[in-house]
Design a protein around this ligand. Structure first.
Ligand code: PGA
Length: 253
């Protein structure tokens, strides 16, 4: 079975003390996970080291950065490179979240470079894609997300693509309380897998976890995760509440 993943995206929330407490509460629940089930916390950069030491050696729990810079190093004040993350022992990084695309003008080409930076540094990128409401309403969401994949992923080798995670996050569902229906989620996840398959073959496409994001809650996680092509979720708001995120983790297939 493909890896099934509950990924928390804390965004720019929580103080250091609140972050420690939240992690503590979730880890204290001692959730039993199978080998193919993983939990990833994408935490603010200043908390990476603390979070990594909190999850310790628990083999199913990992820490992600929320972003990295698209260049290897240099005069980019305030930025964080993939190499720096690697030197901290961080194994995952969210790439191309829609908030970064929108508020920080991240282009497809920059995201392609960020993918390279991650992979060169043995970091698994969690590549986000997803359409705005206007595109969904015009019925062209498939073409839109396919283009996002083509422009930022298709330069990768098949071996590289096998070590990425994709997160489909319709922008109209992020932080809005509006969730894609299970039919909408399954349909576009299967489509994304077919886009990967057309470039890299079915075997490769079948190995890649595709997470759903956009108002995943304790109350809807189980039905979303039950879809055959939905391999877990990237969770914002509900990941900030220990009991809610615990319920979401337990909803993994
Ligand atoms: P949300 O955010 O769960 O609050 O909708 C998801 C995300 O942006 O990753």
């Amino acid at each position: 079975m493909r890896n099934q993943i509950a990924a928390a995206n804390w965004k720019m929330n929580l103080t250091y003390q609140q972050a420690e407490k939240l992690l503590d509460e979730i880890l204290k629940a001692q959730i039993e996970l199978s080998t193919h089930q993983q939990v990833i916390f994408a935490v603010p950069a200043p908390y990476l080291t603390m979070a990594k030491s909190e999850v310790g050696r628990d083999k199913n729990f990992f820490i992600a950065a929320q972003n990295c810079h698209h260049k290897k190093s240099g005069a980019f004040t305030g930025e964080i490179s993939a190499e720096m993350l690697q030197s901290l022992g961080i194994k995952y990084c969210v790439i191309g979240h829609s908030e970064r695309r929108e508020y920080f003008q991240e282009t497809h080409a920059m995201l392609a470079d960020k993918m390279d930076q991650c992979l060169e540094n043995f970091i698994t990128p969690i590549f986000c894609c997803g359409e705005p409401l206007s595109i969904r309403e015009s019925g062209t969401q498939n073409e839109y997300v396919a283009q996002q994949l083509k422009d930022s992923l298709f330069h990768l080798s098949a071996a590289q693509v096998q070590s990425i995670i994709i997160a489909y996050e319709p922008i109209w569902a992020i932080g809005t309380g509006k969730t894609a229906t299970t039919e909408q989620a399954q349909e576009i996840h299967a489509f994304l897998r077919s886009v990967i398959s057309s470039q890299y073959g079915q075997d490769t496409a079948d190995t890649i976890p595709i997470l759903y994001g956009g108002s995943v809650k304790a109350g809807n996680a189980a039905e979303l995760f039950a879809c055959p092509d939905v391999d877990g979720g990237l969770v914002g708001g509900a990941s900030l509440v220990a009991q809610d995120f615990i319920t979401i983790i337990k909803a993994l297939k």
